[in-house]
Design a binder for this molecule. Structure first.
Ligand code: 13P
Ligand code: SF4
Length: 309
């Protein structure tokens, strides 16, 4: 009953503010349900870049809202919980990246979107987990490539593309909780299953899986596959969408405890308050934003031909 009242207040204010609600695939079910679009980082970046709405309520973590603000500097971008950060994004600073660049003057920098605006501004091109391989392949003529900040996604890309990358030792603490023993246990328990894991997982987990996919790619793969049972090696919030879209299929989390506490900070109340107060508002300083946008635009140009999920 209370939820219903909050939901209708959100709908009313959303119209009044000409707002769109974007939610990442890891958001709590009630947040995914009220969102206009639920997707992975690439899908949400594209939507943020092309929306006609004046206000974007970004239900996700700070780097995602910041990316939306960089791509749409004239829109008001709201992050319902201002403390929803991403520990991986904090594992490298702009200063550290400048030092690394000085050590490798011939290198180009590929930067995972899970990073701050300042780090993106020091980079040549961004990528998400959905297009990282494609982005690095587009740099075939470049002598050296620095890949920051996720060492596991970087390792995955390096093996897919067949070239060495200079990696930064960042990682996702949530995906680090998924272990090879979880995959082995799930295979023993569920028998004939397809194991899908996120490229932020460690190498032995990726090697034990059948598919290594971004969250959006997992949704598409599960929809198109004739298989019925899937073990999902990523944040368990994704299972809500997978189950909704595939009512006849079964999805099991590789590790139900591998949750991202920051992604779970969003609630219906906080969405409502953010629309009432038009805060917390996320923006990148103009100069940093302009440089970061170049790296994001370079990514979007490379992956324009990517099919949507
Ligand atoms: P996706 O882009 O695959 O949704 O991943 C985002 C993320 O933060 C994974 O931890
Ligand atoms: Fe960051 Fe990991 Fe959470 Fe994704 S799941 S937002 S990489 S901490």
């Amino acid at each position: 009953m209370i939820d219903r009242t909050i939901r209708s207040s959100i709908e009313r204010l959303k119209d009044a503010r000409n707002a769109v609600i974007l939610a990442h695939n890891y958001q709590p079910p009630e947040v995914q349900e009220i969102a206009d679009i639920v997707g992975d980082s690439l899908e949400l970046s594209r939507r943020a870049a092309s929306t006609a709405a004046e206000t974007i309520v970004f239900c996700g973590v700070r780097f995602m809202a910041e990316t939306a603000a960089i791509l749409s500097p004239d829109r008001a971008v709201l992050l319902p919980d201002e403390y929803a950060g991403c520990p991986m994004a904090e594992m490298i600073t702009a200063e550290a990246l400048r030092t690394l660049r000085r050590e490798h003057p011939r290198a180009m920098v590929v930067c995972y979107v899970n990073s701050t605006a300042e780090v993106k501004a020091e980079s040549d091109i961004c990528c998400t987990s959905a297009n990282a391989v494609q982005v690095v392949r587009s740099l075939a003529d470049v002598a050296e490539i620095i890949f920051v900040p996720d060492r596991h996604l970087g390792d995955h890309v390096s093996r897919q593309v067949g070239r060495e990358l200079i990696l930064w030792p960042g990682y996702c603490p949530t995906h680090a909780r998924i272990r090879k023993a979880d995959i082995d246990r799930a295979r023993a328990r569920y028998g004939e299953v397809c194991v899908m894991v996120h490229p932020e997982c460690q190498r032995d987990v990726r090697d034990a899986a059948d598919e290594v996919l971004s969250t959006g790619q997992m949704c598409r793969y599960a929809r198109q596959s004739s298989l019925r049972r899937f073990v999902v090696g990523t944040e368990p919030g994704l299972l809500h969408r997978l189950a909704l879209e595939n009512p006849r299929k079964h999805f099991y989390p590789a590790n139900p405890q591998a949750t991202c506490p920051n992604m779970k900070r969003t609630s219906l109340e906080k969405i409502l308050w953010s629309l009432q107060d038009m805060a917390p508002r996320i923006a990148a300083p103009r100069q940093v934003g302009d440089r970061a946008r170049k790296a994001l635009d370079a990514m979007l140009a490379v992956t324009e031909s990517c099919s949507p999920t």
